[in-house]
Design a protein around this ligand. Structure first.
Ligand code: Z5A
Length: 213
């Protein structure tokens, strides 16, 4: 009998929205259900991707062109899809990814003004038909997220952008969620972490086929 394909879940949101916090809770929840899980992040998740991450987040790379940034995000993604995500899904494992292609639409599209059609063409090429089954969007006002992240020390190359950049990022995520309500679950990330986890678990329960709504 052929192995059932695994499920692919991505986590998205602005800076300080609580993705890392939620990831830890979800990893425990999915593990307790006996589901084999692979965790990844973008940019990163492979040796090449982690090297790309170093470059794109390095504040010294001040002159990085928006086009270069976009291509680097997709270079990391193309490798992650082929080396980690697709093989895991084929083995029947679930994949939990801290950001995926929606981040490029939000940051490079909404934030940097790269054309949507260009990003869609790159998605078509780099993602090889792989799309999340569920995208959890942690939605939070920009100021709240930035205040949460502020205590963390030196800002990376993207974190130094203006509030207006992050507002465009947020609005692009929200527009994408409205356009694809069957894939997205928007979670109010201003709630206590336990309530955020509970909303995410709810969405995953539906995805696992335990409940229909
Ligand atoms: N990027 C891109 O431009 N294009 C792309 O295609 C991709 C990425 C894939 C790296 O992402 C950067 O790459 C990112 C987008 C860009 N740049 N920015 N800005 P990242 O995901 O690694 O980094 P991040 O977005 O900066 O995430 P983060 O700031 O690390 O935040 P987080 O993981 O969402 O939050 P957290 O660490 O879980 O929580 C932050 C703090 O808030 C922490 O003290 C928590 O204890 C606290 N927290 C968490 N949840 C709560 C709740 N519910 N209430 C109160 N406090 C909370």
């Amino acid at each position: 009998m052929s192995q059932a394909r695994g499920k692919f879940i991505s986590l998205e949101g602005g800076e300080g929205a609580g993705k890392s916090t939620l990831l830890a809770g979800l990893r425990d929840y999915i593990g307790q259900r006996g589901i084999a899980l692979v965790q990844a992040r973008e940019p990163g998740g492979t040796a090449l991707g982690e090297a790309v991450r170093e470059i794109v987040l390095d504040p010294a790379q001040r002159g990085l062109a928006a086009e270069t940034e976009l291509l680097l995000m997709f270079a990391s993604r193309a490798q992650l899809v082929r080396e980690v995500i697709e093989p895991a899904l084929r083995r029947g494992q679930w994949v939990l990814c801290d950001r995926f292609v929606d981040a490029s639409y939000a940051y490079q599209g909404g934030g940097r003004g790269q054309p949507t059609q260009r990003i869609a063409a790159l998605e078509d090429w780099a993602c090889a038909g792989i799309k999340p089954d569920l995208t959890l969007l942690l939605d939070l006002p920009v100021a709240t997220g930035r205040a949460r992240a502020a205590g963390r020390g030196d800002a990376d190359r993207i974190e130094v952008e203006a509030d207006s950049f992050f507002e465009r990022v947020r609005q692009t995520y929200r527009a994408r969620a409205r356009a694809e309500p069957q894939r997205y679950r928007v979670i109010d990330a201003g709630q206590p972490a336990a309530a955020v986890l509970s909303a995410a678990v709810d969405a995953i329960t539906v995805l696992a086929g335990d409940r229909t709504a």
